[in-house]
Ligand binder design. Structure first.
Ligand SMILES: [Zn+2]
Length: 379
């Protein structure tokens, strides 16, 4: 009880400090960033533990969720040190983002990032991430149109962004979370969408393959189709603000299949690397694009609770994020950072493209100032 109280007080102090920092920096940064295009990319429920330490040793047995070939997992993901293991699992994050951008959320090094919605599951998490508000009224994953304004629909209403905002969504509920009929920008989803939603134009083959691949889960599509839709959007409508949502990691984890969870994480990393390479090959994006890569919630610790998340698993509030782009200093893996929450992400995405989301949504969390500082330092 006492510990809890202390933690909450420390948390409040961090929030206040972050608020002041955020205000100072945003006043300085308004309209002065190099970033013209911003991508939010999520991997549902991928733990910070794997991101910073690589594959766990423990679950690589049948009892702890390995249904596959232990030798293959060990060959692909097992290494002597946590540093080598994380590079084997997430080569783009550790080979490129760690050198050119920043990674936050390694709790072993005093970097704490968390959701503040108290639920630690998907709808509350995505809502907090996309709208900047940890809304106590959102307490289920039901398909209810979200009353809160998200940063993508807000950017869509800004000059220069109209027609250049889109999303590729793996999970059926995300279209409701984004309130796509109200947002008005086109989205790709493998599933039924709320009436009035605009759909992204994609090749017929993608639609057919997606529909025929719904044999694994009833409301989550395989990530490969999401990745293809996202690349297609970049090649065709050249979005300036895009949200790409992947989700195999969460579903394999709920099934207790650690091997597939790891393989899902590695494919996710490969996709982020490919999308980054694609953007850097195009004049519209080269040198003016920022990626913000994160999750909607964490999970419990190994060897058993890693499969799940939620209110009853306190550890699952902790998340991580990786940012790469021209306004984010290349500080790599961060340590001893101020406590940040996912309610700060929406305003951070806006600040990266020189916009002030809190002018429209004052109750949204403040931007994470340390991610939007390189251009200030240069001036
Ligand atoms: Zn989940």
């Amino acid at each position: 009880m006492h510990l809890m109280h202390l933690r909450q007080r420390t948390f409040a102090l961090h929030v206040i400090a972050g608020l002041i920092l955020g205000l100072v920096s945003i006043a300085a940064a308004a309209g002065q960033t190099i970033t013209k295009n911003v991508f939010l990319i999520t991997a549902d429920g991928l733990r910070w533990q794997e991101v910073f330490r690589g594959a766990e040793e423990m679950p690589l047995t049948k009892e702890f969720g390995n249904h596959g070939n232990s030798n293959a997992i060990r060959a692909d993901f097992g290494r002597e040190t946590p540093g080598a293991r994380r590079e084997a699992l997430l080569p783009f994050l550790w080979g490129t983002v760690a050198k050119q951008g920043q990674l936050w959320g390694n709790r072993e090094k005093g970097s704490h990032a968390r959701v503040s919605n108290g639920h630690n599951f998907s709808y509350p998490g995505y809502n907090e991430l996309l709208t900047g508000i940890a809304d106590p009224k959102i307490d289920s994953n039901d398909k209810k149109l979200n009353a809160n304004t998200n940063v993508f629909e807000w950017l869509h209403s800004k000059p220069g962004f109209g027609g250049r905002v889109t999303a590729a969504l793996n999970w059926d509920v995300l279209a409701w979370i984004l309130n796509t009929p109200r947002g008005g920008f086109p989205v790709w989803s493998a599933w039924e969408v709320p009436e009035g939603t605009r759909r992204l134009d994609v090749p017929e083959a993608l639609t057919e393959l997606t529909e025929r691949s719904r044999t694994v889960w009833a409301n989550v599509v395989l990530d490969t189709f999401v990745g293809y839709a996202a690349k297609h959007a970049v090649r065709t409508i050249k979005p300036r603000a895009m949200y790409v949502a992947f989700g195999e990691t969460d579903d394999w984890a709920h099934e207790g299949n650690y091997e597939r969870y790891l393989r899902g994480a590695r494919e996710f990393d490969r996709f982020v690397g490919e999308l980054w390479a694609l953007t850097q090959s195009l004049a519209e994006y080269r040198g003016t694009t920022t990626f913000f890569v994160t999750v909607d919630h964490g999970r419990g610790p190994a060897p058993v609770a890693w499969k799940n998340h939620g209110k009853e698993i306190a550890e699952s509030a902790y998340v991580w994020f990786a940012v790469i782009g021209p306004d984010t200093a290349p500080l790599g893996e961060r340590s001893n950072t101020p406590m940040v929450t996912h309610a700060q992400v929406a305003a951070t995405l806006a600040a990266l493209v020189g916009e002030d989301f809190r002018a429209a949504v004052p109750s949204a969390g403040p931007p994470i100032a340390e991610l939007v500082q390189r251009s200030n330092e240069q001036q």
